[in-house]
Design a protein around this ligand. Structure first.
Ligand code: HEC
Length: 135
């Protein structure tokens, strides 16, 4: 490699890398606003499901026993759950309540409705300290 080229490589490559890394780490206000909006739209979807009987077959909704997600304790998951006899994530308990009190069909963990319910429950408990395994 001739001298002028070597100079170019040694100066430009670190500069390009540095600029690349700083740009990659920078979230703009537009990004943050958009992500918050997306997040809140999923919270709302979860809230709508929470108060509707759509997840079951007997006209019962989650809100009847857990108004505003009361007594769902998402911060205590994963934990040992007596009803199932093993350590489970929150979504398994959501499905337990869909199956039993609501007499509905279990949701696939990747179902957007499951994601929405998990998001809604966690949103209602925002700020509560994590306490996995707690009873
Ligand atoms: C008829 C009343 C009833 C309805 C309706 C109901 N649940 Fe429950 N839920 C319970 C009972 C009872 C428990 C068990 C409490 C325990 O032993 O931890 C429970 C527990 C839970 C827990 C775990 C709470 C904890 O402390 O670990 C979650 C999460 C939950 N329910 C979500 C839901 C969701 C989601 C729905 C709607 C699909 C729903 N529940 C509907 C009665 C109900």
């Amino acid at each position: 490699m001739s001298n002028p080229f070597r100079w170019l490589v040694f100066t430009l490559v670190p500069v390009i890398l540095f600029v690349g890394i700083s740009v990659a780490d920078d979230f703009t206000k537009v990004d943050l606003d958009r992500w918050q909006k997306e997040y809140m739209s999923v919270v709302k979807k979860g809230r709508d499901l929470w108060v509707s009987p759509r997840l079951g077959t007997n006209g019962v909704s989650c809100a009847q026993c857990h108004p505003n997600a009361a007594n769902t304790h998402p911060e205590t998951y994963p934990k040992f759950q007596q009803q199932l006899g093993r350590v489970i994530p929150l979504r398994d308990m959501i499905n337990w309540c869909i199956l039993n009190p609501l007499e509905g069909e279990e949701l696939n963990p990747y179902d957007p409705r499951m994601v929405a319910i998990e998001t809604y429950i966690s949103h209602e408990r925002k700020g509560v300290a994590m306490a996995p395994g707690k009873h």
